[in-house]
Design a protein around this ligand. Structure first.
Ligand code: NCD
Length: 290
């Protein structure tokens, strides 16, 4: 299949090439694909991923089409495969998909147009991982030996699952923190107080209330106190350490409201970088480099 489905099968060199290409776009490089059109097919809510893909398309001269799930034939029972095949038949040049199902793209093997994964279930979110890496690279100039802690609802987070695999391969030391019942893969566990003292990057994760089968068993205030990044904890971080979050963030739950825009926070910079990463990924796929 063409496009970008996961980073798990991409080499470290290719991942670095995507980041370098994104940096070139950030520095003003222009590429144009006149006459192309792409659709964003989102079966789950999204603000950043969906609209930064669309902005990236516009920046590349590609016409973005939005898919209105509620008004579509999905409500008449049309499958994902038949929906994507329909857009292929309409002459669309690529499709960005977010879906609740892990590795949904296994059902799309017969599709010829490129597919860009905008997040699958709790498994992967490759363009988020790339924009996180770009933000870290801009800050530190390398990955090797950097310590990152993924803090929060690790179990339900496709960002945590995707990031941890690639970040380890690039030489980063990955730790996890948050409620221990949500720590679902093997990585050294740190309390939030240990994490802020030791790590170069605090990568906060949203509490994914919509994916929980049962109540967390603690109040929002208790969660914030036990696992959240309070201003005092942000102040205890190393001088050059940074705070990241894929957003949307729950102010007062995993992050104190005033921390979200403090000097160490890179959350809105991550969003800006997301446009350049998506420009890089789309252009490299259309040029046959990815
Ligand atoms: C994340 C997602 O949807 O996977 N957000 C994003 O894409 N920027 C994380 C989240 O929803 O918590």
């Amino acid at each position: 299949m063409k496009g970008l489905l996961t980073l798990r099968t991409l080499s470290e060199d290719k991942i670095l090439e995507i980041i370098e290409t994104a940096l070139e776009f950030k520095n003003g490089r222009k590429v144009d694909f006149p006459g192309k059109k792409m659709v964003t097919l989102f079966y789950e809510n999204s603000t950043r991923t969906q609209y930064s893909f669309q902005v990236a398309m516009i920046n590349l001269g590609i016409t973005p089409l939005s898919f209105n799930l509620a008004g579509s034939s999905v409500n008449k029972g049309e499958s994902l495969y038949d929906t994507v095949k329909t857009f292929e038949s309409l002459g669309v040049d690529g499709v960005v998909i977010r879906h609740t199902q892990d590795v949904y793209y296994n059902d799309l093997e017969n599709i010829k147009i490129p597919i860009f994964n905008g997040g699958d279930g709790t498994s992967d979110h490759p363009t988020q991982t790339l924009l996180d890496l770009m933000t870290i690279y801009e800050e530190f100039g390398h990955f090797d030996g950097l310590k990152i802690c993924l803090v929060g609802d690790v179990r339900h987070s496709r960002v945590a699952h995707g990031n941890s695999e690639v970040m380890r391969r690039l030489g980063m030391e990955v730790f996890i923190s948050g409620p221990e019942e949500y720590a679902d893969f093997t990585a050294p566990y740190l309390t939030i107080d240990e994490a802020v003292e030791e790590c170069d990057v605090i990568n906060l994760l949203r509490v994914q209330f919509e994916r929980h089968q049962q109540d967390m068993g603690i109040t929002v205030e208790e969660y914030h106190k036990a696992y959240g990044l309070t201003m005092d904890r942000a102040k205890a971080m190393k001088d050059n350490a940074i705070i990241m979050h894929p957003a949307p963030f729950n102010r007062g739950v995993e992050i104190a409201s005033e921390v979200a825009e403090c000097d160490k926070a890179r959350i809105f910079k991550q969003m800006t970088n997301g446009v350049f990463i998506r420009m890089a990924v789309i252009s490299m796929v259309l040029e046959g480099k990815l």
